[in-house]
Design a protein around this ligand. Structure first.
Ligand SMILES: [Zn+2]
Length: 275
């Protein structure tokens, strides 16, 4: 019994795994004790699902998303994706007090999630797979939000409602509401990863909890619609997570042929025009 609630017991005496331990094959940052609770496994064509007895995963829906995503991005992964499915309660232990519903481990081709399929977190893995590099948060989260599709059900509107327990939250509509309320951030303020993370921290637990991600998603969606997915992939490869603002601005103009400020101005005008 103590094994099942190992963390609550303070230690995992039955398995002998100290809490917080990393193990080969388990991504750094994913608690080996929590993973040891996931005793059920399903191996599908492209995934290794790990979950607790009595829990479920949507293999068909996740595989359909995978097939669409790798074809769309032209990526091939060197291994199957490890899909660690936790309960809401366990996820709090997995990710600490941040209360996230998922966390990607792109370099390990893995994700941890409370959902039984998860387009957002798997998109982080595919985005990493484009050039085997991590891009800035604005693009990385933007790619994940912009492609929260459900290919199995032929639903190509990025929204939150594909996930159980969520309302019908259509990102394109939400970002227009944020704009009307004057809540959108100037893109230069969220351009480099430290700035993006700082804003994320400030938003957490406030009524503006989703503005940053919605904005990133719909800006990336606009870039893809206007310039194409190949240009977006080029930008993801050219701009890496640690790049400073000046470098990002230079590479942005190099890839897209317009400055970030011009693209932002056009995007905001597009939001007004497409209501
Ligand atoms: Zn994300």
């Amino acid at each position: 019994m103590c094994f099942v609630i190992a963390v609550g017991c303070g230690s995992d005496s039955q398995s002998g795994i100290p809490p917080g331990t990393s193990y080969p094959g388990i991504p750094d940052g994913l608690d080996a004790v929590m993973v040891s609770h996931l005793t059920q496994d399903i191996e599908s064509e492209n995934f290794l699902f790990h979950f607790q007895p009595g829990d479920t995963v949507r293999v068909d829906r996740q595989e359909a998303f995978h097939r669409w995503a790798v074809d769309y991005l032209g990526v091939s992964l060197p291994k199957k994706i490890d899909f660690y499915k936790f309960s809401f309660a366990d996820m709090r232990t997995v990710v600490g007090t941040r209360g996230a519903s998922g966390r990607g481990f792109p370099q390990d081709f893995a994700l941890a999630t409370v959902y039984n399929w998860h387009p957002h977190e798997t998109m982080h893995v595919y985005t990493f797979g484009i050039c085997q590099s991590v891009t800035i948060r604005l693009f990385d989260e933007g790619m994940a939000v912009a492609h929260e599709f459900d290919p199995l059900n032929d639903d190509w509107v990025p929204r939150w409602s594909q996930w159980p327990g969520r309302g019908d939250y259509v990102y394109a509509e939400k970002v227009r509401e944020h704009k009307a309320a004057g809540k959108l951030y100037p893109l230069e303020e969220i351009l480099d990863s430290p700035s993006f993370l700082q804003v994320r921290l400030e938003e957490r637990g406030t009524v503006n909890n989703r503005v940053l991600y919605d904005e990133a998603g719909m800006f990336v969606s606009y870039l893809i619609d206007r310039f194409g997915i190949d240009e977006m992939k080029q930008a993801i490869c050219a701009i890496t997570q640690d790049d400073a603002r000046d470098t990002i601005l230079r590479e942005f103009k190099e890839v897209f042929g317009v400055s970030l400020q011009e693209a932002e101005r056009d995007w905001l005008a597009y939001l007004d025009a497409s209501q």
